[in-house]
Structure formats: C-alpha cells, structure tokens
Design a protein around this ligand. Structure first.
Ligand SMILES: Nc1ncnc2c1ncn2[C@@H]1O[C@H](COP(=O)(O)OP(=O)(O)OP(=O)(O)O)[C@@H](O)[C@H]1O
Length: 454
C-alpha cells in the first residue's frame, strides 16, 4: 500500500494488551492501528473518524462483539469487520458472519493470518467503493445529459455503456423503436475517448442496397452511371469517431459481408475502386429485430452477428419499465416548455400522470415525447390533462379510480403511495401488483419500503 494513506484500523479486545499487541504488529505492516478495550470506545471511533476496518473480540463485558458489529455497520454500512473468537465460541462467530462480519479468526491465531484477511477485506471494500463511485458519477453524467434511468433495466444498460465506453468494442443495442437506442449510442460516443471525433448515424433501412453501399464506403469516379466525381463515404467521414448503424437487421446480405470485412480488417474499399483505405472507426449498431431469429431465417450472417454483439445492451419497451415514466415525463415536459416558452402548461395533472402510467406506449419514449409536446402546445391551463395528448386507442375504462386531494406531492412519494394503493387493491399480492404496475417485484418492494412520510 505504498501510494495510499495507511488504512486506519480499530482493534478492540477487553484484554487491552492483546489489542495493543495486534495493533503494534499491524503498524509494522503499514497500518495505522488503534487499540481500545471496550465496544463503546470502538464504536465512538467508528462514528467519529474515517475508520477503514474494525477487528473485534466477540465476548466482551458491556457491548459485546455482535452488538458492536451491528452498530458499527449501521454507522458505516460497508465497514469490513473481522471478529476474533475463543475456542468454543463458534456459534457466535457464525452469527457474526450472518450479521455481515467479513471473517472470523479463532484464537490463538498468527498475526500473519490477520494481515492476510485484513488485506483482502480492505481490497474488496475498496473495489466496492470504487464501483459505487463510478456508478454514481455515471448516473450523474447521464442525468446531466438528460437521460432518465431509474428502472433497474435502464440502470443496468447505462452501467454497461459506461464500462465499455473507453474501449473500442462493438456494441449492439436492441429494443423496440423509440425506446432510446439512438440516445444510448450518442451517450456511448460522448463518454468515449472518441468524443471529440465525429458521430455519424446511418439508418440501414432507409436506403436501397446499392445506394447504401456507396453512402457507406464511397465510390470511385465513374463507378456507376452518375458517379461523375469520386466520393469518400460515411466511414471515411466517421474517421476517429463512431459510426452508428441503426436498423442493422435490415442490411442486405451482400453489404453484411462487406461490413464484416470492415470489422475484421479495418479497411474500406470504395465502390468501383481497387484501393483500400485503413479506417479508425468504432462501430455501434442497433436493431428492433431479433437478430438470432434473422440468422435462423437466413437473413442475417451469423459471423457478423458474433462480431457485432460483443457487448449487447437491451433497452426494454417503456411499458416494461414504468418506474422511468414519471421522471421521463417531467424531463420531456421541461424540454418541451423550453421549446415553447409561451405555453400555459407548467405541469402534468395527477390524472394525466396516472393515465400515462396505464397507457401502453407502443411507440415508447418517442411517443411519450410527442404526447408531451402536444400537451404543451394544446394545454389551456397550467395543468395538462391526458385527453389533450390526443393519443390513439387509450383504454380509459381501465384507468384506476384513484382520487387525490391535499398538497402536491413529490414524485417519489406519489409513486410510493400509488404502489401501496395498488398493492391493497390487489389483495396484498405483490406479484400481481408488480405485474399490473409494470415493474418487477424488487422495485415494488423498494417503493413500498421507501420512507415517504405516511
Ligand atoms: N431514458 C431517456 N431519457 C431521456 N430521453 C429519452 C430516453 N429514452 C429515449 N429518450 C428520447 O426519446 C426519443 C427516442 O429515442 P431514440 O431515438 O434514441 O430511440 P430509438 O430506440 O433509437 O428509436 P429508433 O429505433 O426508432 O431509431 C429521443 O428524443 C430520445 O432523446
């Protein structure tokens, strides 16, 4: 641990000389160790100083090891705790593991044993801390970029995006139209080392094969009728950046072969030319299709699929991650209001939000964005009403008969209350409630457990 501050360890044993002996030994191994004789003193240190690990005896007068362990981990949730137990104290030692101790050492043990386990415990806790910091900064970054990712599915997708952003591995985004695949592709680029380079999008479904080929790879002068000049393609344009091939499932087989070649050899050859040019472009693809099925149907090359889905990221339909909806609607509303500053609409009515939670959103976030835009444009008062969104086939008769009164609630609390109400409506059956709410049972559990203040 030469380039870090020495880890701060508190050792507690009612036989103080034992704790002191261990702390002296740990000091020789580069730790800043402190010996105390009671659980209370140890807890006071944990609560008042940045302690990296705690080593405690189990049987002590006053606050015993288990009590200390529980209180210390309540104060510092991930604090690594090692317990020391005398022969015969096995049951308590096992109980300590159940309560979150990292390891127990049976007395007498060698100092080296403690050093090894302490080292491991600290390493693991550092890795966990770093991962947490990374996740937090990633969420902050995504939030700044206006990406809503509250549901576990979206958080998982974001996690993957950020972890692979700095490498050049191909990423395949799957999910229905309008779910946010393009947004993730742009975010991946923005978070990568290529962020200063170009981001080029091509919709593979938009052009017929020969045109798409010359768009992507360019063409030599006279390559075909009308090719009066030489033209470099979009791959060349994306040099040093990212090429986003949307609707890759629609690409014609002949072009798939050419793309495979680009991925394998990192060169492009313009149509009608014999010269190959090396390229430095990261390839990100997206599709709403099931590419494995396309492979089985003989419409998509299996070797290309393996090349493209090195890192698959699934963006589920909005109806399967309704926990994202309130925040998404708020974000889209803010954006739409910024575009239409004269609009009277300031917020969505409760009725509107509840109806939105029920609506199936076949066009996903894009449909929600358009609906919110219509609300902002057509709303006649400060509160928008769902009817103004003018959505097709809304199953209004399925809307829940919830009525709100009282003060305006924060979204979080509204979600919690709604979850509780739904659970009660469905006879306390969490599985059914989660299913109806379009969230998973774990997420429902989180809403129910949240301290919403009622
Ligand atoms: N999680 C999100 N947070 C904020 N905005 C989002 C989110 N997901 C999608 N959007 C917005 O919704 C719109 C549609 O998303 P996007 O174009 O990325 O979908 P897509 O899956 O690429 O669709 P298609 O397959 O039709 O190309 C965009 O304006 C995008 O910015």
């Amino acid at each position: 641990m030469p380039d870090r501050a020495p880890p701060h360890v508190v050792i507690v044993d009612d036989k103080l000389e034992m704790a002191e002996m261990l702390s002296d030994g740990l000091a020789e191994h580069g730790y800043s160790a402190f010996a105390v004789a009671t659980g209370k003193q140890a807890l006071a240190r944990v609560e008042s100083e940045p302690v990296d690990a705690l080593v405690t005896d189990l049987r002590m007068p006053g606050m015993d090891g288990i009590e200390l362990l529980t209180a210390a981990r309540r104060a510092v949730p991930d604090l690594p705790v090692l317990v020391m137990t005398a022969y015969g104290g096995m049951d308590t030692a096992i109980e300590s593991i159940r309560r979150g101790a990292y390891h127990y050492l049976t007395k007498p043990f060698k100092l080296d044993e403690l050093v090894v386990y302490l080292g491991r415990a600290l390493d693991e806790s550092r890795v966990r801390r770093e991962a947490r910091t990374l996740r937090k900064s990633l969420r902050d970054g995504a939030a700044k970029a206006g990406i809503v990712a509250r549901s576990s599915a979206m958080r998982a997708a974001l996690d993957v995006i950020v972890r692979v952003a700095s490498s050049d591995v191909p990423v395949l985004l799957t999910g229905p139209t309008g779910s946010g695949k393009g947004m993730f592709a742009r975010y991946l680029h923005a978070e990568s080392g290529r962020a200063r380079g170009p981001f080029v999008t091509v919709n593979c479904a938009a052009l017929p094969e020969p045109l798409l080929e010359s768009e992507l790879f360019g063409h030599a002068k006279g390559a075909f009728t009308g090719a009066t000049t030489r033209r470099s393609g979009l791959f060349a344009e994306a040099e040093g950046g990212t090429m986003f091939l949307d609707e890759i499932g629609e690409m014609a087989p002949a072009l798939q072969a050419k793309l495979l070649d680009v991925l394998e050899r990192r060169v492009v050859r313009p149509v009608g030319s014999t010269k190959e040019t090396p390229i430095d472009v990261r390839i990100v693809t997206a599709t709403h299709r099931d590419l494995r099925r396309r492979v089985a149907e003989g419409l998509f090359r299996e070797d290309l699929l393996y090349r493209l889905d090195v890192v698959p990221v699934n963006v589920p339909p909005l109806r399967d991650r309704r926990d994202d909806l309130p925040e998404l609607a708020a974000e889209l509303l803010a954006k739409a209001r910024a575009r239409h500053p004269t609009s009277r609409v300031e917020r969505l009515s409760r009725e509107c939000l509840l109806a939105m939670l029920e609506y199936p959103w076949p066009g996903n976030v894009r449909e929600l964005a358009h609906a919110v835009e219509r609300l902002v444009l057509l709303g006649r008062s400060s509160e928008a009403h769902f009817a103004d969104a003018a959505l097709p086939h809304v199953a209004t008769r399925d809307l829940p008969s919830v009525h709100f009164s009282g003060p305006v609630l924060p979204m979080r609390e509204l979600q919690q209350r709604y979850a509780r109400w739904a659970l009660a409506e469905l006879g306390g059956n969490k599985t059914r409630a989660a299913e109806r709410l379009g969230i998973d049972v774990k997420t429902l559990g989180k809403y129910l457990a949240e301290d919403g203040g009622d």
